[in-house]
Ligand binder design. Structure first.
Ligand code: NAD
Ligand code: UD1
Length: 337
């Protein structure tokens, strides 16, 4: 298939472009590089020996999208482009609604005009909200989101669902990611956060490589086995393969929702211990106050993706640690953009 990947230069996007190319698909990427480097795509081309057509453009730029759809016979779109920092979304809600929600609307309009009606969207476990029982299942309703980032994902899910109800030609696949971590086993592409990482795995990796002194563990008094929060960490290569598998769901009209997770929770302390065990590097840490908005523990029921897409996560916590470390050691300052 010919696939347009928005946000394809980013962390999950670049890994997905690689898996699409190795599965025989042709890929066009549109990304404004506000949180990525074009170097990621160069490395994907080196790793696969295949070319990627790249457009540097904003997802809200309708003329740029129209040009892409006129220049290529696109069969399906995988839509990653968006802003993703929870704290920043509280400070700058308009940016998040403009890029995430507004950008998705402009994309869908351009698709409709071009007659492209297959769309896979990057959603998040955050749409289950604050009060959902674990494990999260796709049959549960969306819950109360606690920040504009999460609300933007819930709004986009609703907008895309409404489009598929209004026009049965559309097929919308909503992929709800749990906690993506890790890097490609080549060590050539990986996560390259700007500034101080908000997320656990890149923070651990930067402490290990000497860019940060000490990890703060946000709370050890939760009602969990060791008192630290538990999450469902999923290897980014598994996640990327999940998108290739999800293309088969675009053959069926309507909206299809899948959790992409492993089905297992791992605590913050267990993550630190696993990193130390796999790499032999000690991670100094201190216990800090709880972070506002954190939930104690959640993980996926990932059985629907197994049954309907034949997808399940194959890589474990130790693979995630090994591959993160290889990427971080090979690229101590990321892509150095
Ligand atoms: P990322 O920031 O690495 O990738 C997003 C990409 O979109 C970047 O390359 C960025 O340059 C691009 N982009 C941003 N705004 C744009 C705009 N206005 N026009 C064009 N391109 C734009 O993030 P990621 O971790 O790869 O996440 C990809 C998607 O998955 C996002 O939609 C994110 O919300 C979603 N998601 C991520 C996680 C996670 O933990 N990483 C979890 C759940 C959902
Ligand atoms: C966060 C976002 C979520 C988003 C996801 C992916 C919040 C509240 N949630 O998820 O909406 O979809 O990232 O981008 O921001 N931790 C530490 N020390 C650190 C960093 C994290 O102890 O320096 C802990 C956190 O308290 C949490 C766990 O590690 O318990 C995982 O944190 P993180 O990687 O930020 O992911 P989430 O909070 O699950």
């Amino acid at each position: 298939m010919n696939i347009l990947v928005t946000g394809g230069a980013g962390y999950i996007g670049s890994h997905t472009v690689l898996e699409l190319l190795t599965s025989g698909h042709n890929v066009v990427v549109l990304d404004n590089l506000c949180n990525a480097s074009a170097e990621s795509l160069k490395r994907v081309e080196q790793l696969t020996g295949k070319a990627v057509t790249f457009y540097k453009a904003d997802i809200r730029d309708r003329a740029a999208l129209d040009k892409v759809f006129k220049s290529h016979r696109i069969d399906a779109v995988i839509h990653f482009a968006g802003l993703k920092a929870v704290g920043e979304s509280v400070a700058k809600p308009l940016d998040y609604y403009s890029v995430n929600v507004g950008g998705s609307v402009v994309l869908a309009q351009a698709m409709a005009q071009a007659g492209v009606t297959k769309l896979i969207f990057s959603s998040s476990a955050t749409v289950y909200g604050e009060d959902a029982p674990v494990p999260y299942k796709e049959t549960m309703p969306r819950g109360k989101t606690s920040n504009p980032y999460g609300t933007s994902k819930a709004m986009i899910e609703q907008i895309l669902t409404d489009i598929s109800i209004a026009d049965p030609q559309w097929s919308v696949v909503l992929l709800r990611y749990f906690n993506p971590v890790g890097a490609h086993p080549s060590g050539q592409i990986g996560e390259d956060p700007q500034g101080i990482p908000n997320n656990l795995m890149p923070f651990i990796a930067q402490v290990a490589v000497g860019r940060r002194e000490c990890l703060s563990i946000f709370g050890d008094d939760y009602d969990t086995e060791d008192g630290t929060c538990e999450r469902d960490y999923v290897h980014v290569v598994d996640l990327a393969k999940g998108h290739v598998s999800a293309l088969q769901a675009t053959e069926r009209s309507g909206t299809h929702i899948y959790n992409l997770g492993t089905g297992t929770g791992t605590s913050v302390k267990q993550m630190v211990e696993a990193f130390e065990r796999v790499t032999g590097v000690t991670i100094p840490y201190q216990i800090a106050p709880r972070r506002a908005g954190d939930l104690p523990a959640f993980w996926a029921d990932a059985s629907k993706a197994g049954k309907e897409l034949g997808w399940c996560a194959e890589l474990g916590i130790e693979d995630m640690m090994r591959d993160t470390w290889r990427w971080q050691q090979n690229n101590p300052t990321g892509y150095s953009r």
